[in-house]
Design a protein around this ligand. Structure first.
Ligand code: G4P
Length: 290
């Protein structure tokens, strides 16, 4: 897979090694639950989704939870929520760092699970819990959300060496039981665009793509989408016709990424740009719109 993005050839060296295992595991876990919470990175909801999920979950209710909203453009996040709701999905945002959105998530789960509770009640079973699991690609924030939902007081029995750990149900609210391990979806890389988005947001390891190229593509995009924030974050002035290369030089200079001879230290500049974006230090920015 090699494509031109912003005029740069971008590719990812990826080997779909564990896909079958991940899929089988996911299928067996899914059998146990009534409601599925799919976490998507609010900066890249399309790229962080796995289109196979809907097929795997069949008729069960899916709730979309946009994660890392503190790092995403709030206007764009609202557009995504509206778009998901138009598709008939329950969608909400969660900021796990501040713990915002978890209460709304619990209500959404309770509402989504009501038909299941009613079905049990018809069979004479009262207070049957709604069972839910959280799924998503690596690094999207699943464990952080689970810890938030569990709260400080509920501890989960730890894995003992040599003993296969059983997944456990933990009550996270009245009538709601959560599977304590998240379902891990594999990211999809069919398009360079998706690979690029996953790379710069930190969803995939850094050694399987070219960092200099990724930084140049990222800067080209940010110059188009968020020029003011970019300039403000680095304290630089951007001119008309600014390119990734010229902006890189300004950023490197502003941050002191300069070699002894006064020449730009490109690897260092690339590192700091990629790191600043990945951790949201350039301000809230989204790379995908609905
Ligand atoms: P996972 O289980 O889906 O694999 O993801 P996990 O919860 O481990 O989260 C991955 C990283 O994302 C963690 O950073 C976590 O702190 C961060 N994170 C999760 N939710 C949010 C959020 O709402 N906002 C922000 N800003 N960050 C969030 P980490 O432990 O430092 O790992 P890394 O950054 O070194 O990869």
């Amino acid at each position: 897979m090699k494509e031109l993005l912003e005029g740069y050839a971008f590719s990812i060296q990826w080997f779909p090694g564990h896909m079958t295992k991940a899929r089988r595991e996911m299928e067996s876990q899914l059998r146990l639950v009534d409601v599925v919470v799919e976490m998507l990175d609010a900066r890249i909801p399309r790229s962080s989704a796995n289109p196979l999920l809907q097929r795997l979950i069949g008729q069960k209710t899916r709730i979309v939870a946009l994660s890392k909203t503190d790092m995403a453009d709030p206007d764009v996040t609202q557009q995504w929520l509206a778009a998901f709701r138009e598709e008939g999905l329950k969608a909400l945002e969660v900021d796990c760092q501040k713990g915002r959105g978890t209460r709304a998530l619990l209500s959404a789960i309770r509402e989504a699970g009501q038909p299941v509770v009613d079905k049990w009640l018809k069979k004479g079973v009262r207070n049957h819990p709604v069972r839910v699991m959280i799924v998503g690609i690596p690094n999207v924030g699943k464990s952080t959300l689970i810890n938030r939902l569990l709260g400080k007081n509920k501890t989960v029995t730890q894995n003992k060496p040599g003993v296969t750990r059983q997944t456990q149900w933990v009550e996270i609210g009245r009538g709601i039981e959560l599977l304590d391990t998240p379902g891990v979806l594999w990211p999809k890389f069919e398009q360079a665009e998706t690979g690029f988005n996953l790379a710069v947001t930190g969803a995939i390891k850094e050694d399987i793509f070219d960092r200099e190229t990724a930084a140049a593509i990222l800067l080209t995009r940010l110059l188009r989408l968020y020029p003011q924030q970019l300039a403000a974050a680095y304290g630089i002035t951007l001119e008309d016709g600014e390119t990734a290369r010229t902006a890189e030089a300004k950023i490197g200079t502003a941050r002191g990424a300069i070699k002894a001879g006064g020449e730009l230290n490109l690897p260092k500049t690339v590192d700091l740009i990629l790191r600043d974006f990945k951790f949201g230090r350039l301000g809230p920015m989204s790379l995908e719109k609905p």
